[in-house]
Design a protein around this ligand. Structure first.
Ligand code: GRG
Length: 289
């Protein structure tokens, strides 16, 4: 296995060439897409895709365009989430948000552009390189990012703002807004490697619990975090359906730990060394950004 940093570097080097490979994109649109895409996120999702794929014996070069596509979808969701009609945020990844930098119209189009480019890249790669499980991997991405996945979670997040959080509502939002886009890379990576359905199910459970632990940590950081480390403002989720609003800070810390343990447990039936992924689940508990 490579290190997390090595995977991150591989993704960072590939993102811009993948986007530019689509052809003659209007300059302003390309600038706005690259502004957010290259702003330096943690790259957790593409790292998971590549690492799960390699663990299961898959080919990194084949998986790389899919990993970049997933990061494009994640970045689009952040751009749209920051818009005045949604969370109205001014800081993201340590920079002014896309609509502050380029205006609302171009920010909407940059998000749309990244979303569409992701599927163009997945489908083109599958067709041109004749990747046997490419279409299946693309369907997994569409489903987790789509109207029963991340978008469903975001709809509840937006429409329940200001309502009293319940276990059911917060669980729904965390499952879909966050876990779905963490399950996608794991299932895609394993699928591209040709892993069995049993193995994919283990990965799906890991992604579900990692997503919960990740979002609970995010909710905690919105209260206790340092904006200069986080790269975004804090206190933005006060009227939101958060785990901290539901359970309080102290219990939220314990729940995040429990979900990290569930995630680690889920990988135990896998026939490979999974310490890389155990580490990711544990590191999230102390992350500051
Ligand atoms: C607009 C359809 C649509 C969806 C938006 C992803 C999302 C849904 C909203 C962003 C805000 C948020 C708190 C999402 C939950 C997942 C999450 C914690 C995203 C931030 O991901 P990180 O921390 O970000 O991996 P970086 O910048 O490191 O990539």
């Amino acid at each position: 296995m490579r290190t997390e940093n090595e995977y991150r570097e591989i993704v960072n080097r590939a993102l811009e060439p993948q986007l530019r490979s689509l052809g003659d994109v209007p300059g302003k649109l390309m600038d706005a897409m690259l502004y957010s895409l290259l702003a330096g996120g943690k790259r957790l999702r593409p790292v998971l895709l590549l690492a799960f794929c390699e663990m299961a014996g898959g080919d990194l070069a084949e998986a790389l365009p899919f990993a970049c596509a997933l990061e494009m979808i994640h970045t689009y969701s952040l751009i749209h989430d920051d818009l005045p009609g949604m969370d109205n945020d001014e800081l993201r990844r340590g920079r002014p948000t896309n609509h502050i930098q380029f205006g609302e119209g171009l920010a909407i189009l940059a998000g749309d552009g990244l979303l569409n480019s992701a599927f163009e890249i997945c489908l083109r790669t599958s067709i041109e390189k004749d990747i046997s499980n490419g279409l299946r991997a693309t369907e997994i991405l569409a489903r987790h990012a789509g109207v029963t996945g991340m978008i469903a979670g975001q709809v509840k997040d937006v429409t329940l703002e200001g309502h009293k959080p319940t276990e059911e509502s917060v669980t729904y939002i965390h499952t879909h807004k966050t876990s779905d886009l963490l399950q996608a890379p794991i299932e895609m990576g394993l699928c591209l490697a040709g892993a069995s359905d049993d193995v994919i199910e283990c990965g799906r459970q890991y992604g579900l619990h990692l997503g919960f632990a990740f979002q609970i940590r995010d909710d905690i950081l919105d209260v206790t975090g340092d904006p200069s480390l986080l790269g975004k403002n804090i206190g933005m989720d006060q009227d939101k359906q958060t785990w901290v609003a539901l359970r309080g800070l102290e219990q939220a810390e314990k729940d995040a730990e429990q979900h990290a343990q569930f995630a680690i447990e889920a990988l135990k039936p896998m026939p490979w060394d999974h310490s890389f992924f155990d580490q990711i689940a544990l590191a999230n508990l102390n992350r500051k950004q």
